[in-house]
Design a protein around this ligand. Structure first.
Ligand code: GTP
Length: 596
């Protein structure tokens, strides 16, 4: 039975044509009719279409007839971006093969390489595919060679297609059947199914995507998630074709969905194993881990009254995306808001955009920071999600930061510029190799904080958009870091604390102090704006005192006019935050935060 199943995914860089090819495969197998081309089946969130990025893995079943045999082809969609690496790895674990899709003009890009290596680690059979051969600028020979140099694929194995016109798609389907191995697994064995994705349906609750590794799951059965231990009844199961098509059983090798009246997506963990309730013999599948949030920022409504509206909006987002987390945070400077954790920078951008699209709240975002580790004098390792929580210098034994391995693929002319940039960002070069006559891949280990800052934008601008960057976590390494605080008349302004390299602290401290000084209005007394590391002041600016009497102009005559003026001053103050006895407008904080 499994002999006629093929499970595969498509690995591609953004815009190389993954969605278009998926569409064409669905059409050529008769799964869908030739539809409006704009509406692509595999990316269904509106935002994904806007950004053109597949955020969540999905799976579609196709039936394909060849030489009198009918095959079940399951196309599992993988997210293309490094932030979703864990989800990518779970999707790959459900496949026996991967189509490695490369644009015949653009050539191999950084994400292609990262994901292709991940697929090889999972021992998937790789089918190299060169897309867009209809383009007049296509250079399939060179691209096949680049693929060979970067990934070791044989140029003779490359299937050439145009996802747009359909050229080569039939040959590709034949190759999928011929080259990608059928899944193994025994339908009569103990049930073991891998959860590789989930999404939320307002009417049905959580929809769990599974690949059955061993055994068979049936409608009405009681199942349990081995890692979380929760138990549920299978109310419906089936496959996406591409809409939901219920059936009675899913057996070893098959890919499909389960609906079990699960009210919260937080109860479904990607990478978990489904087994039958009470079955003590079913082992959990390997590779399970909880999502790791690497980037944090504070989100505050600029109008404090929007706080509960913001909370509702964040809750709605978290229901659909368990890897996003948030908790209330209070800031002297910005009032009530939330500290939010994301898998990475792109994940953060996506959540922010969704917030903007789905609600009308005007937001202030604090500068993003990464997760640090501090070993204190008592020898305990503390994980730090916000700069304010970094202990005082006297209590720090070791300060560690996350390091990522970056692969940058650039045309030869820009190698020098990218190397300079990576060095400025404290990168350590690990490798450099040529993929083709005029394309090189540079590998650097760089602190994630430097990448988060704006490395991607900088690489794009110094390579005129041709450079691509991808990265993966290497681990935590000790570094000479410190917490820099901003003090106003001796009081710390929590929202402005940052973690930075000691060598950069002076420069950054001076810049922030200067900027804040410019934003603070004069008071009746002198206001000192200082940057400090622990108790050591590294920069100081002073706002001179001024006597201000708003009613002086009124000559004591007209009392109503006087009242009006005082009232106006009071309203202005509502938006002021008090740091000790100094009042600072929220606008001032925003100005300082807005460009780091
Ligand atoms: P993401 O969803 O952003 O990851 O992109 P994708 O890889 O799914 O790319 P998509 O299918 O959206 O295609 C990107 C662009 O390339 C679109 O404008 C397509 O119309 C175009 N395109 C895809 N395949 C071909 C092809 O074979 N030939 C030509 N000329 N254009 C193509």
């Amino acid at each position: 039975m499994t002999a006629n199943i093929r499970n595969f995914c498509i690995i591609a860089h953004i815009d190389h044509g993954k969605s278009t090819l998926a569409d064409r495969l669905l059409e050529h197998t008769g799964t869908v009719m030739n539809r409006d081309k704009k509406e692509q089946m595999l990316d269904d969130l509106e935002l994904e279409q806007q950004r053109g990025i597949t955020i969540k893995a999905r799976a579609v079943r196709m039936r394909y007839k060849q030489d009198g045999q009918e095959y079940e082809l399951n196309l599992i969609d993988t997210p293309g971006h490094v932030d979703f690496q864990y989800e990518v790895s779970r999707s790959l674990a459900c496949c026996e093969g991967a189509l490695l899709l490369v644009d015949a003009f653009q050539g191999v890009e950084a994400q292609t390489v990262a994901n292709a290596f991940a697929a090889m680690e999972h021992e998937l059979h790789i089918v190299p595919v060169i897309n867009k051969i209809d383009l007049s600028m296509a250079r399939p020979e060179e691209v096949a060679e680049e693929m060979m140099n970067a990934l070791g694929t044989d140029p003779d194995d490359c299937v050439r297609v145009s996802a747009k016109t359909g050229i080569g798609v039939d040959e590709l389907l034949k190759t999928i059947v011929a080259k990608i191995p059928a899944p193994s697994g025994d339908p009569d064995a103990t049930l073991q199914a891998m959860v590789f994705d989930s999404n939320y349906d307002d009417y049905r609750g959580a929809i769990t995507y599974v690949r059955v590794m061993q055994g068979t799951v049936r409608k009405g059965q009681k199942i349990q998630f081995i890692r979380t231990g929760s138990q549920h009844e299978v109310v419906e199961l089936g496959q996406f074709v591409p809409q939901r098509e219920p059936c009675d059983t899913l057996s070893a090798g098959q890919v499909g969905y389960l609906i079990c009246n699960i009210k919260s997506l937080g109860d479904v963990h990607i990478g978990d194993t489904v087994s039958i309730t009470g079955d003590k013999h079913a082992p959990a599948l390997p590779g399970y881990s909880r999502p790791k949030r690497m980037v944090y920022c504070g989100l505050f409504p600029s109008d404090g009254q929007d706080f509960s509206e913001l909370r509702d909006a964040l809750e709605r987002l978290a229901v659909n995306d368990p890897s996003f987390e948030f908790e209330p945070e209070t800031s002297d400077a910005l009032g009530f808001g939330f500290r939010c954790g994301f898998l990475g920078l792109l994940h953060m951008e996506i959540i922010q955009q969704r917030l903007e699209n789905e609600s009308n709240i005007d937001l202030v975002q604090t500068a993003p920071n990464v997760t640090y580790e501090v070993v204190n004098k008592r020898g305990e390792t503390v994980t730090i999600h916000k700069p304010q929580d970094v202990p005082d210098p006297g209590d720090i034994e070791e300060f560690r930061q996350p390091i990522v391995r970056c692969n940058v693929i650039v045309p030869g002319d820009y190698i020098g510029a990218v190397m300079k940039l990576c060095q400025e960002r404290r990168g350590i070069q690990k490798n450099q190799e040529y993929l083709g006559a005029n394309r090189a891949m540079l590998t650097y280990d760089i602190p994630l904080a430097e990448v988060v800052y704006d490395l991607h934008d900088k690489i794009k601008s110094c390579t005129r958009g041709y450079g691509t960057l991808d990265y993966e976590m290497v681990g935590y390494e000790p570094a000479d870091l410190c917490r820099m605080d901003i003090m106003v008349n001796g009081n710390r302004v929590d929202a402005l604390s940052i973690v930075c390299n000691r060598a950069d602290a002076d420069r950054r401290g001076r810049a922030v102090a200067k900027k804040l000084k410019a934003e603070i209005e004069r008071h009746m007394f002198e206001v000192a704006v200082q940057a400090a590391i622990g108790s050591r002041v590294i920069a100081r600016e002073t706002v001179p005192a001024m006597r201000k009497n708003v009613t002086a102009k009124c000559y004591g005559g007209d009392i109503t006019r006087k009242r009006k003026l005082l009232q106006k001053q009071k309203e202005g103050k509502k938006r002021m935050k008090a740091i000790g006895n100094v009042e600072i407008s929220q606008k001032a904080f925003m100005a300082v935060l807005s460009d780091g």
